[in-house]
Design a protein around this ligand. Structure first.
Ligand SMILES: NC(=O)c1ccc[n+]([C@@H]2O[C@H](COP(=O)([O-])OP(=O)(O)OC[C@H]3O[C@@H](n4cnc5c(N)ncnc54)[C@H](O)[C@@H]3O)[C@@H](O)[C@H]2O)c1
Length: 260
């Protein structure tokens, strides 16, 4: 990881930070000395975070729920006393299936978490970020936010929405010195991508091994990326080393071209 960057005194909120990429971001920013608050819907995993990362504040919050986000930001103000970095990380994989098989309930839930959740958090974070001299917002998109994927239309639509949201906010907030970027991870090795691979094999009627092999070999580097790769990009992008990177869709995918 980026060992030479200090975030001492910086206040960082990570949504969905009890597991997956969010937890790895918490680990990397914690090591860099930041004051961190993590929210998540999973209370059990949330409770384990301060044991692994002493001093990290945890709050149960659902980013798709307006009242829950309001309570989260009350805690941000009380416990962190302001905000320098919002990591809008929460996102669900959503359903896998051809469009005619998808339910409105699944469509609505995926958009509610993946894009409305970012809006609800951004809306309350912006007044705090404007007061910071290092205000940064990083919105998690996906390779599906600049490409299309058969069977993944809802997720892809939600992640393309993140890009439009990001670029618009970067323009709105530039005058206040607040930078806004999106990170687009490729397939991240871990249980989530394995579940997507299994669902995709089912949708396409192909063996899981065939789809898995495709995902494992689809990048120019011949491998998936790791959660640490994404967390390191978030740390770099939140740091002063990245002070002129703004309004960008930053792809971290080992250059993935051969897609399903
Ligand atoms: N893992 C990948 O391969 C991958 C690839 C590209 C983009 N992404 C994006 O990165 C982000 C993190 O992905 P991940 O794989 O770590 O996710 P994950 O599925 O591992 O989930 C991480 C955490 O999100 C929490 N969560 C779910 N819904 C929530 C909600 N409404 N409010 C608060 N917390 C909630 C879960 O409880 C869990 O602890 C997401 O936006 C995802 O779309 C992931």
């Amino acid at each position: 990881m980026f060992d030479d960057v200090s975030f001492a005194g910086r206040k960082v909120l990570i949504t969905a930070g009890a597991d997956g990429l969010g937890l790895e971001m918490a680990r990397v920013f914690h090591k860099a000395g930041a004051s961190i608050m993590v929210c998540d819907v999973n209370e059990e995993r949330l409770a384990a975070v301060p044991t692994a990362l002493p001093g990290v504040h945890v709050v149960k919050a659902d980013v798709s729920d307006e009242d829950s986000v309001a309570q989260l930001f009350a805690q941000v103000k009380e416990k962190l006393g302001g905000l320098d970095v919002l990591l809008n990380n929460a996102g669900v994989a959503g359903p896998t299936g051809y469009v005619e098989t998808l339910s409105k309930k699944d469509w609505d839930h995926t958009l509610a978490v993946n894009i409305t959740g970012q809006f609800l958090c951004a809306r309350l974070a912006v007044p705090l970020l404007k007061q910071s001299s290092h205000g940064v917002m990083i919105n998690l998109s996906s390779a599906a936010g600049h490409l299309g994927f058969a069977g993944r239309s809802v997720y892809s639509a939600s992640k393309w929405a993140v890009i439009g949201f990001t670029k618009s906010l970067a323009i709105e907030l530039g005058a206040y010195g607040v930078r806004v970027n999106a990170i687009l991870p490729g397939a991240v090795e871990g249980p989530r991508i394995r579940a997507v691979i299994a669902a995709k094999a089912n949708t396409l009627g192909k063996p899981v091994e065939e789809i898995a092999s495709h995902y494992e070999n689809q990048s120019a580097l011949g491998r998936m990326v790791t959660a640490t790769d994404i967390a390191n990009m978030a740390l770099f992008n939140a740091s002063e080393a990245s002070r002129s990177v703004n309004g960008q869709a930053i792809v971290v995918d080992a250059f993935t071209q051969k897609l399903y």
